[in-house]
Design a protein around this ligand. Structure first.
Ligand code: AHG
Ligand code: MN
Ligand code: MN
Length: 317
C-alpha cells in the first residue's frame, strides 16, 4: 500500500503535510545517494546558529524541507536547526514544524546513515505571522512527528497520534510503500548506544549505567553490545527494530548534552512512546519539558522501556 492509499484509508488532519514531507525526503534521498557526483559533499564556508560548519547537504535539505512547507497550505511556520529564527510560511496555516533537515551531517562524507527529523504542533496564535510561542510547546502537545532514514534503504517512520507507521521507498515505483502500520519498540534490549569516547566526562549516573551494561551477568545477557553510528536517526532506527537504549547524556561540562529539544529529542521521544518505549533527560520525561528557547538542548536517554527505567533508577538513587 502506498502512502497516498494509506492516507485515503486513514485520513488525518496532517496527511497533506506528511505527504509533502515525504515528497521532499525523496529529493533529499536521491541527492544523498548522488552527493559526490552532484558535488554536494563537503561544507559551505558558513557557520550555523549551532556554531557548526554547514555541510552543503544540510543547506540543500533545509531548502527542500522549506519548499515542502511552502507547497502545503496547512503549514503556518517553520523552525530549522539550520535557521537562526522562525519563518512564517502560510499565514492562514494551522501547524508549525520543527525540523532537523539533515541529521548526522558528520557522516555525509563517509556514506554512513543520515536522515531528516521533524515534529508538528498546532499553532497557538489564531492566524497571521507566527511567533516563537507557537513553537515553544511541550512534546505532550505534539500532533505528529517522524523521521526519514537515508541508509541502505530509504525509510519513513512517523506517527500522527495513533501507532507508528513504517514505510519504505520503492525505487521501482517511486513511492513509499507500507511496511508496518504499528511498529513497536521492543521492551527489552541488549544494545547500548553512546559515544563512549566521552567516558571521562560523563556524570556518575551515566558512568554507573555504562558499567551496568558492560558487567558480566549471564542471567540477563550482559555484557550488552555497544553500537554507535553517530547519527541519531541511524541509532534510533536500530533501537526501534532491535531494542536497546540510545544515550546522548549530560556531561560534567555540559548539563544539557548536545541534542536539540524541539527537533531531535521531542520527535524521537514522541515516536518512542507511541511505540511503547520511553525518552527521558535523566530525571524527567522529555515530552513533559517546557521548551524556553528555539535551539535549546537536552540530555536524552531513549529506547526500550526496561533499559530507560534502569537508567532512571540509577539516576534517582
Ligand atoms: P546533526 O548532524 O543534525 O548536527 O546531528 C548530529 C547529532 C546526532 O545525529 C548524533 O547522535 C550526534 O550528533 C553525534 O554526536 P557526537 O559526534 O558528538 O557523538
Ligand atoms: Mn541532528
Ligand atoms: Mn542536522
Amino acid at each position: 500500500m502506498t502512502l497516498q492509499d494509506f492516507f485515503k484509508n486513514n485520513p488525518t488532519p496532517i496527511s497533506g503535510l506528511i505527504a509533502s514531507f515525504a515528497n521532499g525526503s525523496i529529493k533529499i534521498s536521491e541527492s544523498v545517494r548522488n552527493a559526490a557526483t552532484l558535488s554536494l559533499t563537503g561544507s559551505l564556508d558558513e557557520v550555523n546558529v549551532q556554531g557548526e560548519i554547514v555541510q552543503k547537504l544540510d543547506d540543500f535539505s533545509n531548502r527542500v524541507m522549506m519548499d515542502a512547507c511552502h507547497n502545503e497550505p496547512s503549514v503556518a511556520g517553520y523552525l530549522s536547526e539550520e535557521n537562526e529564527g522562525i519563518t512564517s510560511i502560510h499565514e492562514s496555516g494551522e501547524y508549525v514544524i520543527a525540523v532537523d533537515p539533515l541529521d548526522g551531517s558528520s557522516n555525509i562524507d563517509v556514506a554512513a546513515p543520515i536522515g531528516t527529523i521533524f515534529a508538528v504542533w498546532k499553532r497557538k496564535s489564531k492566524s497571521g505571522a507566527v511567533d516563537e510561542s507557537d513553537f515553544l510547546q511541550k512534546g505532550t502537545d505534539c500532533v505528529g512527528a517522524g523521521f526519514m532514514l537515508y541508509g541502505s534503504s530509504t525509510l519513513f517512520l512517523f506517527s500522527t497520534g495513533e501507532g507508528v507507521r513504517l514505510f519504505s521507498y520503492n525505487t521501482a515505483s517511486g513511492q513509499y510503500e507500507l511496511v508496518k502500520d504499528n511498529l513497536l519498540l521492543p521492551e527489552k534490549g541488549k544494545i547500548y548506544s553512546i559515544n563512549q569516547g566521552s567516558m571521562s566526562k560523563f556524570e556518575d549516573a551515566t558512568t554507573q549505567f555504562v558499567n551496568y551494561c558492560t558487567a558480566i551477568e549471564k542471567a540477563d545477557s550482559r555484557p550488552y553490545s555497544l553500537r554507535y553510528i553517530g547519527s541519531m536517526v541511524g541509532d534510533m532506527y536500530r533501537t526501534f527494530v532491535k531494542g536497546g537504549v540510545f544515550l546522548y547524556p549530560a556531561t560534567k561540562g555540559d548539563k544539557k548534552g548536545k541534542l536539540r529539544l524541539l527537533y531531535e529529542c521531542i520527535p524521537m521521544s514522541y515516536l518512542a512512546e507511541k511505540a511503547g518505549g520511553k525518552g527521558i533527560d535523566g530525571a524527567n520525561r522529555i515530552l513533559d519539558l517546557q521548551p524556553v528557547s528555539l535551539h535549546e538542548r537536552s540530555a536524552i536517554i531513549i529506547g526500550s522501556l526496561e533499559l530507560v527505567n534502569k537508567y532512571q533508577e540509577i539516576y534517582n538513587s
